[in-house]
Design a protein around this ligand. Structure first.
Ligand code: ADP
Length: 361
């Protein structure tokens, strides 16, 4: 029952119950005194009747009022007290104190609104903690990834200073390694910078109509040409009459596709390298499937490959090992397009990366 109805009911009851009580007292007490005990409705008996009736009426009034006040207060004050305790706990930082109510009145509604607010606050606090944890991990990973090549550069320079590179060939080798390592660092910093711009959404996207068929035809032509020298193939498969026009930022999409295809080349262990891009058109989207016949990714690793700095052991141990930024950049770019990205892979057989983009209808 709502509080409004409860108050109306209690106001009516506070009049009706005493009236009925007075009548009952009058009838019962009158019957006892004048019928059962044969009292005389004048003089002493009448005075006794009036006095007892007066006291009984006062008692009826007190009891009725007391009970109704208790009923109303209990149903209003107790939930308010509970809410006040919860508000105090929350203000002290305890976000686990639940105030969920199954009452259907206004206070039940207020408790449930409060409960939703508590859950939202808890969610925000958890997200903040997770964010802090991610930030610390990120700083640790960046420091580690920059420190390792720097240590190597310092080592080679020290080698040159100490005269370890004592032949022109050795000196050239040391300088080449130092230059390559510095170059890798430069690339890593560029990637980090791009990731951070995408993360902060400070790199504006310029959307335009892009025909994915001709976009990929250019990519595949260049890739096929490079792979030809190593007996490899790169193919583009699409249905001739379907439309593959999407809204995309051409440059950023080029970056995303290039990261995926570079991984296909990097994690390739077969003699006959094969890369295939398959375009398929749905009513509202275009799906791009980019497959290779490389080393593949284990089932356990698949859910993490789009996370920043995630690298499988195969990547860490290989000489081509990357930074773990490539696919996280892909994810950011595709999500900014309102699209989705996921992977499917079999260890030893190969990997497929899927992208969906919104179609221009
Ligand atoms: P990395 O710079 O290490 O390549 P990415 O973010 O591009 O980082 O990829 C994350 C991880 O996913 C890589 O370390 C690699 O182990 C795995 N991976 C990505 N693409 C492929 C692929 N085509 N074949 C095999 N493994 C892949």
């Amino acid at each position: 029952m709502s509080i409004k109805k409860r108050l109306i009911f209690s106001n009516i009851a506070v009049i009706v119950i005493p009236v009925i009580g007075f009548l009952l007292v009058e009838i019962i007490w009158g019957y006892i005194l004048f019928v059962i005990f044969n009292g005389n409705p004048t003089g002493k008996d009448l005075t006794l009747f009036i006095s007892v009736r007066f006291i009984a009426m006062i008692l009826v009034l007190i009891v009725t009022n007391g009970l109704l006040t208790y009923y109303v207060l209990k149903s209003i004050l107790i939930p308010i007290k509970e809410l006040s305790v919860a508000a105090n706990k929350i203000s002290e930082g305890n976000l686990d104190y639940s105030v969920e109510s199954n009452k259907k009145d206004e206070l039940g509604e207020l408790s449930n609104t409060f409960e939703r607010m508590r859950l939202k606050l808890k969610e925000a606090k958890d997200a903040q903690l997770q964010y802090e944890k991610n930030r610390h991990e990120l700083i640790a990973s960046i420091s580690h990834d920059l420190k390792t090549p720097l240590t190597s550069i310092k080592g080679y320079i020290k080698g040159i200073q100490d005269g370890v590179a004592n032949t022109p060939e050795k000196l050239e080798r040391y300088l080449n390694i130092t230059y390559k390592t510095a170059n890798d660092m430069d690339g890593l910093i560029d990637e980090l910078f791009l990731y951070s711009k995408l993360d902060l959404k400070s790199s504006p996207f310029q959307f335009e109509k892009v025909d994915l068929y001709s976009f990929f035809a250019d990519f595949i032509e260049e890739l096929a040409f490079n792979l030809e020298q190593e007996q490899g193939t790169a193919t583009l498969v699409a249905k001739k009459n379907d439309s593959y026009v999407v809204m995309a930022d051409r440059e950023k999409l080029r970056r995303a596709v290039s990261n995926i295809l570079q991984n296909s080349l990097k994690y390739m262990d077969k003699e006959h390298k094969s890369i295939q891009v398959l375009l398929s058109s749905q009513p509202d989207t275009v799906t791009i499937k980019m497959s290779d016949n490389g080393i593949g990714i284990s089932k356990e690793a698949i859910p993490f490959i789009f996370e920043i700095f995630y690298r499988t052991d195969a990547s860490r141990n290989s000489s081509t090992g990357g930074s773990g930024l490539g696919l996280s950049i892909v994810k950011k770019i595709i999500e900014e397009h309102g699209g989705t990205v996921w992977a499917d892979s079999k260890l030893g057989k190969g990997t497929s990366i899927y992208l969906t983009l919104k179609k221009v209808i």
